[in-house]
Design a protein around this ligand. Structure first.
Ligand code: XIL
Length: 385
């Protein structure tokens, strides 16, 4: 980006034939300063926290030039949306597939970004062969092989690992995942963090989960972090996923969690930020999130903005994002990273989850990679300082 503007400016200054040398030098100098100050998320929040996005496979492979340019301009950290999950990277017991993960790390290195690994241990998107393991020793060995192989391969190059993802129920009790059941309790969490720390002592190690603003779930996180710390096992951060809506959670609940996690001596990261404007089934009928919502597919009530947000809905999202970023800035000493879950609205997983085929607007860039009004609302929090 910087280089492109630079070349353009030189061309412009050459085309003014009566421009003298001094003028040209001055304009080049101004340009160099300007490009450092080019309005972008990473330039605006650079002193506060890292700011990034999750990348899908096409974005990692740089198949779309608009996406590639935007990612380079706006973000200084990246997360792979799916390509390092167990089912992708380790689909069979003896087969690892590193092609996309290697391309992902190379992309982050090319732009000198903070590179996140997502995720080592998760009950979802787990390879079927691993879900079928029923013996505790065998499972411990498979976890060891998985973590050693991947973390060592990217040692020094992946800066931060989501070591364990979503190990808690909503009430803060341990989730009865295959790991939990087969290994007899939460020891698998200790096993995973120990292995990751040994495989790359310089990587940041994170526990990542959703709804971590919930007071009951917060207790579960505190239990996990304290247990690791008491046993001398390294943990550096708590990743709050931040799949939120215009209605909630409350800023107060989020803030209480930031304060509580930070008080444990770990960093807080917002690892998967998006803000949905669409109604969600569980708000309507209180149903469990795990349930299937196929019956809502095609229901216009559940997809109220197929052709664009109303002015009122836009305003609501803008205010919500402002409140969220104001909170992040207030606690910037505790927050090390904010990552959006996706680059633009059209590519967000929220167009197909929890109901397929909807039109959602949860991010700061529109379907044509243009910054939306809400992007400017967020940037203004810094430029008006
Ligand atoms: C989501 C991806 O965005 C989707 O493309 C995929 O189909 C399902 O997973 N919590 C996480 C992320 O930690 O890995 C999930 O990503 C969203 C919820």
């Amino acid at each position: 980006m910087f280089k492109k503007i630079h070349v353009l400016l030189i061309l412009v200054s050459i085309s003014f034939s009566n421009c003298n040398e001094t003028k040209k030098e001055t304009s080049e100098k101004t340009l160099a300063l300007d490009s450092k100050a080019t309005p972008s998320l990473k330039n605006s929040f650079g002193e506060d926290f890292l700011i990034g996005a999750a990348l899908n496979t096409n974005q990692i492979k740089e198949l779309d030039a608009s996406a590639a340019a935007l990612i380079e301009k706006e973000f200084n950290t990246i997360t792979p949306e799916n390509d390092m999950k167990w089912e992708q990277i380790h689909p069979n017991e003896d087969a690892y597939f590193f092609d996309v993960a290697d391309a992902y790390v190379a992309l982050g290195q090319k732009h000198d970004m903070h590179i996140v690994g997502h995720t080592l241990l998760w009950h979802s998107q787990l390879a079927p062969w691993m879900s079928a393991v029923n013996d505790s020793l065998a499972m411990a060995n498979h976890i060891e092989n998985h973590i050693n192989t991947i973390v060592k391969r990217y040692k020094g190059n992946i800066h931060s690992w989501d070591v364990v993802n979503e190990a808690l129920n909503e009430d803060g009790t341990p989730r009865a995942s295959q790991f939990y059941k087969v290994m007899g309790g939460e020891s698998y969490i200790e096993h995973a963090f120990k292995l990751a720390a040994k495989a790359d002592p310089s990587a940041q190690l994170i526990y990542n989960d959703y709804n971590l603003w919930k007071p009951e779930k917060r207790k579960g996180v505190i239990r996990i972090v304290k247990n690791l710390q008491d046993k001398g096992i390294k943990i550096d951060g708590v990743g709050m996923q931040a799949h939120w809506s215009v209605e909630g959670p409350s800023i107060e609940d989020i803030e209480n969690s930031i304060i509580a996690y930070s008080a444990l001596g770990v960093k807080v990261m917002f690892t998967e930020l998006d803000v949905t404007a669409l109604p969600n089934p569980w708000e309507l009928n209180g149903a469990a999130v795990e349930q299937s919502y196929e019956r809502y597919e095609g229901d216009p009530k559940m997809n109220p903005y197929p052709n664009g947000l109303t002015a009122e809905a836009k305003e609501k999202i803008a205010k919500r994002y402002e409140a969220i970023f104001n909170l992040f800035l207030k606690h910037k000493d505790k927050i090390s990273r904010v990552t959006f879950w996706g680059v633009n609205d059209g590519q967000s997983w929220l167009n197909n989850w929890p109901i397929k085929g909807r039109t959602n607007y949860p991010l700061l860039f529109d379907r044509n990679f243009q910054p939306k009004d809400v992007y400017h609302n967020v940037l203004r929090l810094k430029t008006n300082e």
